[in-house]
Design a protein around this ligand. Structure first.
Ligand SMILES: Cc1cc2nc3c(=O)[nH]c(=O)nc-3n(C[C@H](O)[C@H](O)[C@H](O)COP(=O)(O)OP(=O)(O)OC[C@H]3O[C@@H](n4cnc5c(N)ncnc54)[C@H](O)[C@@H]3O)c2cc1C
Length: 303
């Protein structure tokens, strides 16, 4: 018997070349390696196919989730009852004078290597930040006091209604780990305004950031990066540590012993384990410091 997901996959597949898979496991597409399947997972081959996939979801009344590198995402154990979209085919990378245009599916590490080869500086702070250009723009990824918004020139996107738009940097209300881009829109390309520099000096900066990162973060475990946003003037990790939670374990998830703002998957953790640690950390920090921690990671799907 054909399931609802299988019949929907067939209908959407008939409109596009990129693969459409029913009941597709999402855990392999996340850095946590946690979570259930998506009812549909589509990988559009180009922008028109992306528009068709969005139109399909709109017509069927299905929620859409755009997966970048899944490195800031926790998929719940029950999976996602909707259409997940991967932008693997959006991998163009091009120098335009002193700017670089990068497709949303380009890995940040590849973008950095490209910038180094071309001696174009400005994005080195992102060294060691996993994920894609789309995810980095969407969440205004940053580190060491800088963020994507500092060097972004413009963004191309497709709205949930299927309209193509190009937004200059000044039209995007970036904030701390947020872009404020229109809800439901999909970033397809970003252009960064960079500064010519010596490639060797750039590589030295990149390695310096990596050394600092490896010394302070549990990079040896699967995680989704910082779980909570830093409250104004404070570090979420420090608050969690002061609440005595370093190394606390629920199931196979653990608040890192190395960094209080990381929850790590020790192997086979469930989303429910991670969310139980999140609830515990929030409660204990509220009690101990009177601070309400806000999630930085995106939680997707159903229990
Ligand atoms: C070890 C480790 C270290 C990390 N260190 C940092 C750090 O220093 N600084 C930092 O900021 N983050 C850090 N992170 C978190 C994460 O890497 C970043 O937030 C990253 O930018 C997320 O990109 P992604 O492609 O993986 O996004 P995903 O996790 O796939 O998606 C995140 C959000 O962006 C949306 N999204 C993704 N692509 C698009 C698109 N094309 N269009 C519209 N929406 C989109 C998703 O729907 C979701 O809401 C770290 C993570 C790990 C695992």
């Amino acid at each position: 018997m054909t399931t609802l997901a299988e019949s929907a996959a067939k209908r959407l597949q008939a409109t596009m070349r990129g693969p459409v898979v029913a009941d597709a496991p999402l855990a392999p597409y996340t850095s946590f390696r946690i979570g259930g399947p998506a009812m549909l997972l589509a990988t559009p081959a180009e922008r028109e196919e992306l528009k068709r996939a969005l139109a399909f979801a709109l017509a069927e009344g299905w929620p859409v989730h755009v997966l970048g590198g899944g490195s800031n995402t926790l998929v719940r154990d029950g999976g996602f009852r909707g259409l997940a979209i991967r932008l693997d085919a959006f991998r163009a990378l091009e120098r335009r004078d002193d700017a670089v245009a990068a497709g949303a599916g380009v890995r940040v590490s590849r973008l950095l290597a490209f910038c180094c080869r071309h001696g174009l500086a400005g994005l080195e702070i992102l060294s060691g930040v996993p994920g894609t250009v789309g995810g980095a723009v969407w969440g205004n990824a940053g580190a060491w006091g800088g963020a994507v918004a500092d060097v972004l020139a413009s963004v191309e996107l497709v709205t949930a209604a299927g309209e193509e738009r190009t937004l200059p940097r000044d039209a995007i209300p970036f904030g701390y780990r947020a872009s404020g881009l229109p809800t439901g829109s999909v970033v397809t390309l970003a252009t960064f305004a960079l500064t010519p520099d010596d490639a060797a000096a750039m590589r030295r900066r990149i390695s310096g950031y990596l050394v600092r990162r490896n010394a302070s973060q549990p990079v040896e475990f699967r995680s989704a990066g910082s779980i909570f946003k830093n409250p104004p003037g404070e570090y979420a990790g420090r608050l969690v540590e002061r609440a005595g939670l370093r190394g606390t374990r629920i199931g196979n998830a653990m608040i890192s012993a190395k960094h209080g703002n990381y929850i790590v998957n020790l192997g086979g953790a469930r989303a429910a384990d991670v969310l139980a640690l999140v609830a515990l950390a929030r409660r204990r920090v509220r009690e101990a410091a009177g601070v309400e921690l806000e999630l930085e990671i995106k939680v997707v799907g159903e229990d």
